[in-house]
Design a protein around this ligand. Structure first.
Ligand code: NZQ
Ligand code: ZN
Length: 380
């Protein structure tokens, strides 16, 4: 096992009506709150009203920035920073899914340090402070509610990249599975894929970390267990709760301790280019990319595929059979597993390849070169 530092400062409230705890959590923050949300679902389903009521109970002034789009863009984050500056906000509340929360994290860094968002993300400048960040999550998928990561895209530079800082862990997160009962089936499928993909990114890191491997397998097996039932019963609180917690665990550090790299993330980097080019939902890019990556990288990850197969089935299965477990599961739950199922064609594959050749996405453990890109494209 490699040396590691376990660190997760986020206080997370989980369960029915946890929003009741919001006023207490805000007690020691200033008056002006920047409330960031997406394109309207939180208003449609009543979560916005509940949060606003709690903010008012706490005696806060609300400065609102809404309209964050899925696959969030750096320009919106910059606009929100301007609003924060104009109103001298004291804290940020992010209300929504990963796109909203990631934007809230970057707005926090840029505002608190008076730095441009994209320069921070490109690591040209380094933030050193933050203001308090509170998260009310409405979608189980990314794990952003309990980690220090954010992902934004920039159409000017043709990049979608992640940024991590210990300053970006939310101070307090509120996870009420009731808030996810309204998530439509396709978006629920996307969330299931994303949390499995995060578990796999952890598994394909370097180093030997058997307990972390078992956490990965447990999280995946738990997901295989509830997912089919949930997709037939979207309003089931207990199944939604199981999904919400697996999504958090998949990317809050639990699966990473003792590894040589904090995840591989090659598949995510490759898949982000599909979102960048065609605005494809994050989950769908991953159900297409992960099987292709595993097939193409088979020689480099053969023993890991065998180990994962054993942890998942208790049997010594072949690496190909491990890959099939995921491909068949994604297919069974109605996720796309081939590039064409995203409504894209051979010309689009070439566009994707060209962008990979320009941006050179790679993994932290399984590094990728030009030959690999061609191989992965052939399996898409
Ligand atoms: O915009 P609104 O109207 O809110 O609608 C959203 C959006 O259309 C809707 N939605 C959210 N909560 C809902 C709901 N609809 C009904 N009921 C609810 N309760 O769902 C749609 C998707 O929302 P989004 O926030 O985009 O989804 P997700 O949470 O999957 O976030 C995806 C983004 O997170 C990034 C992805 O790359 C992508 O940009 N990631 C962030 C990570 C992190 N910070 O750790 C890691 C991940 O690997 C990922 O890269
Ligand atoms: Zn992801």
């Amino acid at each position: 096992m490699e040396n590691f530092t376990a660190y997760n400062p986020t206080q997370l409230h989980f369960g029915k009506n946890v929003i009741e705890k919001l006023p207490d959590a805000l007690q020691n923050t200033g008056k002006n709150i920047l409330l960031i949300s997406g394109q309207g679902s939180v208003k449609k389903y009543g979560y916005y009203d509940q949060v606003v009521q709690k903010l008012k109970e706490a005696g806060k002034n609300i400065i609102e920035f809404s309209g964050i789009k899925p696959n969030p863009v750096v320009n919106d984050a910059e606009k929100a920073v301007k609003l924060a500056q104009k109103n001298q906000v004291d804290a940020i509340v992010g209300l929504g899914g990963g796109s909203v929360i990631d934007t809230a994290k970057m707005v926090n860094m840029a505002y608190a340090n008076n730095l441009p968002v994209w320069k921070i993300m490109k690591r040209e400048v380094q933030p050193v402070k933050k203001i308090p960040l509170f998260v009310v999550l409405t979608l189980a998928a990314t794990g952003t509610e309990m980690n220090g990561a954010a992902v934004l895209q920039n159409h000017r530079t043709q990049e979608k990249i992640g940024y991590f800082s210990p300053l970006m862990y939310p101070d307090v997160s509120f996870l009420d599975p009731t808030y996810t009962l309204s998530v439509p089936k396709n978006q629920t499928i996307n969330g299931i894929i994303d949390l499995i993909a995060h578990s796999l990114e952890a598994f394909f890191s370097g180093g030997v970390a058997p307990l972390s491997d078992r956490f990965v397998a447990a999280n995946i097996l738990e997901t295989f267990d509830y997912a089919p039932a949930l997709l037939n019963d979207l309003k089931n609180y207990d199944l939604r709760a199981r999904m919400m917690w697996t999504a958090t665990i998949a990317e809050n550090g639990t699966t990473m301790h003792g590894r040589a790299t904090a995840g591989d993330w090659g598949t995510h980097s490759l898949a982000h280019h599909i979102s960048l080019l065609w605005d494809t939902p994050h989950g769908q890019t991953l159900s297409v990319m992960f099987p292709a990556w595993m097939k193409a990288m088979h020689p480099k990850i053969e023993s890991r595929l065998q180990q994962l197969g054993y942890l998942l089935t208790g049997k010594h299965i072949k690496p190909d059979e491990t890959i099939s477990i995921f491909e068949e599961f994604f297919d069974k739950i109605g996720a796309p597993i081939r590039f064409e199922q995203l409504g894209l064609n051979a010309q689009d594959k070439q566009k994707l390849l060209n962008l990979w050749l320009k941006n050179k996405p790679s993994g932290m453990n399984v590094t990728l070169d030009e030959k690999d890109y061609h191989k992965i494209i052939s399996y898409l």
